[in-house]
Design a protein around this ligand. Structure first.
Ligand SMILES: [Ca+2]
Ligand SMILES: [Ca+2]
Length: 228
């Protein structure tokens, strides 16, 4: 009888050891980059780089620069459960462009690279930039909106990582941010990570075996005590 209760204790210990160990020391390190994918204006020029990517749009008026959206990625290390990190910065310049030549929307994919965690080019989200190009006359500010699709989770080792995104200026999300002609707007993107352990099939089998062993031991001790 003694050996059975020891067995049960061992089984319980086995469960406790198997479950939380996977995500306990997980630490993420890597970088982000943006890739502009298009706009609704023929007059759009895209230059995607490993760190900074830019989209220019609209026929510039004389030698005045046109409208541009620039995304600069960021790097991070030692990212653990519940931590926040910088995804990058968006810089928008409201150029003075010929009527109806600038885009009214543009899209950009945001990628995550975690080389030390074995993850490359994970498409985290797609940003959508909407632009309300008001007349140039009187230098009426144009209005800029930023939206993003639900961030995609990524599995690292035995951990499912999900992301919650935030913008340093939330006006861009709902009401739109007014930027004067020839003026620049800046907004920082960041994310908070949440880790959920995902046991491997072999771990499930081990858990089931440990649980069964515990159950058998428990029944035997119970039977022993009722007959005593
Ligand atoms: Ca403008
Ligand atoms: Ca305007």
């Amino acid at each position: 009888m003694h050996s059975f209760s020891t067995l049960a204790r061992l089984a319980a210990l086995g469960l406790a050891v198997l479950l939380p160990s996977a995500h306990a020391q997980l630490s993420l390190a890597g970088s982000t980059r943006g890739e502009f994918t298009g706009s609704d204006s023929f007059f759009t020029w895209i230059n995607n780089g490993p760190v900074t990517s830019t989209l220019h749009t609209g026929i510039p008026l004389l030698f005045i620069p046109n409208t541009s959206i620039e995304f600069t990625g960021d790097t991070f290390t030692g990212l653990g459960e519940g931590d926040s990190f910088d995804l990058g910065r968006v810089k928008i310049r409201n150029g003075v462009t010929l009527f109806d030549s600038a885009a009214s929307f543009a899209t950009m994919d945001l990628y995550l690279n975690l080389p030390s965690n074995g993850v490359l080019n994970h498409k985290l989200t797609t940003l959508t930039f909407a632009i309300e190009n008001t007349p140039n006359f009187g230098f009426t500010p144009d209005i800029f909106f930023i939206g993003y699709s639900a961030p995609a989770t990524v599995k690292v080792d035995n951990t499912l990582v999900d992301f919650a995104l935030t913008l340093s200026d939330e006006d861009y999300l709902v009401d739109g941010q007014w930027i004067g002609e020839l003026k620049t707007g800046k907004v920082d993107l960041s994310a908070t990570v949440n880790f959920t352990p995902v046991p491997e099939p072999s771990t499930y089998a081990a858990c089931a075996a440990a649980g069964l062993l515990g159950l058998v031991a428990w029944r035997r001790t119970r039977r022993a005590s009722t007959t005593a």
